[in-house]
Design a protein around this ligand. Structure first.
Ligand code: UDP
Length: 371
């Protein structure tokens, strides 16, 4: 039996803690915020689960991970179908026949493909090397200008020419009339919210959880006290930014309770023009098919901002320079922190989705604790 210290009570830390305790190990979990569940934290207000740190829609093609999360909560049949609002014009997302029809009046997949081919000819067959070229190559210039450029530059604070192509490949492009945002086999939102999942993961008698505790207040003592450590915070902060700061994108959420049943008719509306200062508005009740108190709704506007020390980091900015710096931190970790496992979006500096976080944690469990 070993004793583990897990820093961070988000999905990575909680999955590891659950599996370690299941195998008879003691686990102490410390969390800087005053609640568990990291960014998947949800809280019931006016009879609905409010996603406190932005929309979280669980989707995966990994059957093992899907079965795993379903063990902690029942999931509803929510299918993400955001709409884009460009100066009051409404388009379906992801980019599909509904979008192409509204934009160009085309009706058949062949007509849509011809239009895209015509517009992407400006690339002259060049292999896309950045997000702008990748976007034009996938959907042409009109969609790039109306639905991608403004949103992306607000979201990341960089020109689309300086962003990696893979970010836009997260979105499907379909020549069918299908507004499902994800291509995955399984999708849904836990009935009763996400917090219960992490609560159940951490419920073992072998696990102790302390919230409102900052690892960095007593780093040296913790390192002396524990042989085995799982760290899910920012890897550069762990090393006191010794090699320089990694870049993160932060967010400011502005929530409002409104005296109406239905504010925007959809869970997620993206504002894709460059002027509107927020990227999207989510209306939480629509994740649960309109559940909640009559005559009330809660909406949240999401404002991206540059991360500065003290802000919450939400996204790693995985461009070449940052990935290179991360590699140097990883080498430092291997050299100087052999007994520390770095995990999750921040520990591994990767744009992980929830299912990938769980899968990565289960892989670490396998290496560290066996089957
Ligand atoms: N994106 C866009 N327009 C949209 C939605 C997304 O251009 O209306 C681009 C944008 O660059 C964004 C990326 O697609 O960063 C990935 O979007 P996703 O919805 O996966 O982002 P997340 O929900 O993780 O913030």
């Amino acid at each position: 039996m070993s004793k583990y210290l897990v820093i961070g009570a988000g999905l990575f830390g909680a999955t590891f803690a659950y599996e370690a305790a299941k195998r008879g190990n003691r686990v102490d979990v410390i969390e800087r915020r005053n609640h568990i569940a990291g960014n998947v934290y949800t809280k019931k207000i006016d009879g609905i689960q409010v996603h406190q740190y932005g929309a979280h829609i669980f989707h995966t093609s990994n059957k093992k991970v899907w079965d795993y999360v379903n063990h902690f909560a029942p999931f509803n049949r929510y299918t993400n179908s955001p709409v884009a609002n460009y100066h009051g014009e409404i388009y379906n997302l992801p980019f599909n026949m509904n979008t192409f029809n509204k934009l160009w009046g085309v009706v058949t997949p062949q007509q849509a493909q011809e239009k895209i081919d015509e517009q992407r000819a400006i690339l002259k067959g060049k292999r896309p090397e950045n997000l702008e070229e990748q976007a034009i190559s996938l959907v042409g210039t009109d969609i790039y200008e109306k639905l991608i450029k403004g949103y992306t530059e607000k979201q990341w604070g960089h020109s689309t020419k300086d962003l990696p192509a893979f970010i836009i490949r997260r979105l499907p492009v379909r020549l069918t009339y299908d507004n499902n945002y994800f291509n995955d086999d399984y999708q849904g939102i836990p009935i009763g919210g996400y917090t219960q999942i992490v609560e159940k993961m951490l419920a073992s008698d072998l696990i102790s959880v302390q919230v409102g505790v900052d690892f960095f207040d007593r780093k040296e003592e913790y390192l002396k006290e524990y042989d085995h450590i799982i760290f899910t915070g920012m890897i550069d902060e762990y090393f006191d930014y010794r090699l320089g700061e990694l870049e993160y994108r932060s967010l400011r959420f502005e929530s409002e309770e409104l005296e109406t049943d239905n504010y925007q008719g959809n869970a997620v509306v993206n504002y894709t023009d460059e002027k509107t200062p927020y990227t999207r508005i989510i209306e939480h009740k629509h994740f649960e098919f309109g559940k909640g108190d009559k005559g009330k709704t809660i909406i949240t506007r999401e404002y991206p901002k540059n991360w500065q020390r003290g802000d919450e980091p939400y996204y790693p900015v995985n461009n070449k320079e940052n990935n290179l710096l991360y590699k140097q931190y990883k080498e430092l970790a291997d050299k100087e922190a052999g007994n520390v496992i770095f995990g999750g979006r921040l520990g591994q500096y990767r744009y992980y989705d929830m299912d990938q976080v769980i899968s990565a944690a289960l892989n670490v469990v396998k290496l560290e604790l066996g089957d």
